[in-house]
Design a protein around this ligand. Structure first.
Ligand code: HPA
Length: 242
């Protein structure tokens, strides 16, 4: 049986429908993962859950030890990862609380430890399709089964954070072809690919990106929309594993 992991981001520090079987703190050659790895049953299927920002949520996007997280999952035998993350919506379909299954990435982050191939054994992984197409299709089908409206495509732009973007930055990202903006999609996706783990993402829109709506982006607004988006995400995940 394939071992599946779910990485939860902001708004998904734990999976409330998960029946917990085991919690495991792991050390890796790259340091400590964000949190303990929680093994449990979701809708009858065994999965491993990891809180990307720690539990409680304390680790900023640029401080996450992405390598330890992915290495730890590999050590536990994980072959597939569904990564959930909050994003800002750039293009008109990507309204707050909406869900997208992105198919492409542009990486604007910098200074992150982003590869396992540092020393002698340099390898250049093919990253034409950063997300696994089969996993994406299964997520899209699960959304249809659960009657959840999603966007089946989208380009995810990864910024450094933790600040949000300027209007000009979002305009540039839109010209580049980004539909969504988040802070944690990279190097996570690339590291999973380096270790041969199938990886797909669920992007949950928390807010209109900078300059795409009137006024300031507030934490209150983000939390309100995420609450709704994450409730749909939980249903989507249940349909996906079931
Ligand atoms: N920008 C970057 N990351 C985000 C945003 C945003 O507007 N909203 C949620 N995560």
């Amino acid at each position: 049986m394939t071992t599946l992991a779910i990485i939860g981001g902001t708004g998904l520090t734990q999976l409330s429908d998960l029946t917990i079987i085991n919690r495991e703190q792991l050390d890796t050659p790259y340091g400590s993962p964000s949190a303990e790895f929680v093994t449990g049953e979701l809708n009858g299927s065994r999965i491993i859950f990891l809180a990307r920002h720690g539990n409680p949520h304390t680790i900023a996007p640029h401080k996450i030890n992405y390598r330890a997280n992915i290495w730890g999952l590999k050590q536990l035998g994980v072959e597939q990862i569904i990564a959930v993350a909050a994003v800002g919506g750039i293009t008109c379909e990507m309204a707050p609380a909406h869900i997208a299954i992105p198919d492409q990435i542009i990486d604007y982050s910098y200074g992150r430890l982003h590869t396992f191939f540092e020393d002698e054994a340099v390898q250049h992984i093919d990253f034409t399709y950063p997300y696994n197409q089969k996993l994406r299709s299964r997520l899209i089908n699960a959304a249809a089964t659960a009657n959840i409206k999603i966007s089946p495509l989208g380009t995810y732009g990864c910024t450094q954070g933790p600040r949000l973007e300027t209007t000009a930055e979002i305009q540039r990202m839109e010209r580049d072809g980004c539909d969504l903006v988040g802070m944690t999609g990279m190097p996570e996706a690339a590291l999973a690919k380096e270790l041969g783990i199938d990886y797909a993402a669920i992007s949950v829109v928390a807010n209109w990106a900078a300059g795409k709506s009137e006024g300031e982006i507030t934490m209150e607004e983000i939390e309100r929309h995420l609450h709704k988006g994450m409730a749909n995400t939980a249903e989507l995940l249940k349909a996906f594993v079931g």
